[in-house]
Design a protein. Structure first.
Length: 127
């Protein structure tokens, strides 16, 4: 027969411990589930930035002609399931300096059924 001073946890202490553990796990899972949409938004933004940078690299390399105006371009990245959600526009405006153009790349994309866009503006010489 165990003595009164035996070590161990009582039933109430064990239940309180399990309740605290359940609370901590619940809060942890809620945090993880909230981070998933943020990760999708961040991934879509990174993909849009990569598409814009690919267009700018093509402009710098001379693969795209610098003609004043606005044109929609196909995404210049390798085929990707996200590419059908991207719309890329190249806007070119001449500046006062000969052969120097203001170049703006606008990428519109959708994530979580919300339209978003990024724009990168720079100057480029006509090659």
């Amino acid at each position: 027969m165990p003595s009164r001073g035996a070590s161990g946890f009582s039933l109430v202490e064990a239940l309180v411990g399990l309740a605290l553990l359940g609370l901590v796990l619940t809060l942890s899972l809620l945090t993880v589930f909230r981070m998933a949409p943020a990760a999708r938004r961040l991934e879509a933004r990174i993909e849009a930035e990569r598409a814009a940078e690919a267009v700018l690299e093509a402009v710098r390399a001379g693969a795209l002609a610098l003609a004043p105006g606005r044109a929609e371009l196909p995404p210049m990245l390798p085929p990707d399931p996200a590419a059908d959600r991207l719309r890329v526009w190249l806007e070119v405006e001449p500046t006062e300096v000969p052969d120097l153009y203001g170049v703006s790349v606008v990428v519109r994309y959708r994530v979580e059924d919300a339209p978003r866009s990024i724009a990168i503006d720079t100057l480029a010489w006509r090659p």
